[in-house]
Write a protein that binds this ligand. Structure first.
Ligand SMILES: [Zn+2]
Length: 349
């Protein structure tokens, strides 16, 4: 937020403006950075000031990296993305970073990344601001993705909205009166760690029976692979739907097997719909949203997820609390977090 005055007065910049005060898309660039913490996704993108991504690099890792490894990797990617031949006649005006963990956005600090080491209380915003000599904005990846869906995806025009990223973990973001609600210490929306099942499976945070341990894409896949060992019919179905690569089964494929009538897949999907539906119904009662957007790998199940989930929420909530509610799949797909990082950078420009 402290960068707003600089951008609006033009102090220290050579950028010209239209009469509206808005910058032209050709008058510079922003950079978006995605950090997953699990190693699965590290992306850096160069975008123009309309948010169009011009160039991007992605460097997934097979292992869970420490802070030094991720920052070194990002250094290399940033050098590539911001090389002089890409910056035709402008400069980088702002950097946005979406982080897959607990982030204190107002203070620019990463509080913790459950999957990775060395991130506790890491001042990521200051680190990049100093390193790149450009204002940086960081936020949790679900908050960033929610912002992106609101600006250019499924949530355009929404004022009260819940975004849910159902991937390796579960991230949540609340949009209240058109703005991301961060809470007292920046962690609002962390619904992946709600307790939904007594004596349930272990969560990435160390707790038990959390929503993330039951309804994330990763938990769906893990449970399916684990249970199928004892059920030859299900194992056969998995081999068929994955073309023989059972270990690569996706959450979407588990939903498809359930729709085909596979007993084990149906059991897993029923659990997801039950516990995710309960959690969402409780949130609907609390914030009375007009839209719930589902993102992440589990959302690729599309109508197989959206329709029964909507029905369950309607069943659990009094009509007055959910009659205007829509439940939809996000439009930005697996790009949501990176587009979110670019959207963070473009805020207030
Ligand atoms: Zn947890």
């Amino acid at each position: 937020m402290e960068h707003t005055s600089d951008a609006s007065t033009g102090a220290g910049t050579f950028v010209s403006r239209r009469a509206t005060g808005k910058l032209l898309a050709t008058q510079g660039y922003v950079v978006g950075i995605e950090i997953s913490g699990s190693g699965a996704r590290q992306s850096v993108a160069l975008a123009d000031l309309s948010g169009k991504i011009l160039y991007r690099v992605r460097r997934p890792l097979e292992y869970i990296p420490d802070t030094g490894t991720v920052l070194h990797l990002l250094d290399e990617m940033l050098t590539d993305v911001t090389s002089p031949e890409r910056l035709l006649d402008g400069r980088i005006l702002r950097v946005g970073i979406s982080v897959g963990g607990l982030v204190d956005a107002p203070h620019g600090v990463v509080r913790t990344l459950y999957h990775a080491h060395g991130w506790d209380n890491f001042p990521l915003q200051d680190y990049f601001t100093e390193k790149l000599a450009v204002p940086c904005i960081i936020d949790n990846n679900a908050n960033a993705a929610a912002l992106a869906e609101k600006q250019q995806g499924a949530g355009v025009g929404e004022r009260v909205m819940l975004y849910l990223g159902l991937g390796r973990g579960i991230g949540g973001a609340l949009l209240i009166n058109g703005k991301i609600y961060h809470g007292t210490t920046g962690t609002a929306g962390e619904i992946g760690h709600m307790v939904v099942k007594e004596n349930g499976p272990k969560c990435s945070c160390g707790g038990f029976g959390h929503l993330e341990a039951v309804a994330s894409a990763q938990s769906v896949v893990r449970t399916m692979i684990g249970l199928s060992v004892e059920y030859p019919e299900t194992m056969k179905a998995i081999y068929r739907i994955t073309d023989g690569r059972a270990e690569r089964i996706t959450a979407e494929q588990v939903f498809r097997l359930a729709a085909e009538g596979d007993t084990i897949a149906s059991h897993i999907v029923d659990d997801v719909l039950k516990y995710l539906g309960n959690a969402l119904a409780n949130i609907v009662l609390l914030i009375n949203p007009s839209m719930i957007i589902l993102g992440g790998a589990l959302a690729q199940a599309g109508e197989l997820l959206v329709n029964p989930l909507y029905a369950r929420i309607q069943e659990l909530c009094p009509p007055a609390t959910s009659q205007s509610l829509r439940v939809v799949q996000g439009r930005l797909g697996s790009d949501a977090n990176l587009v979110g990082a670019v959207t963070l950078a473009l805020q207030d420009l």
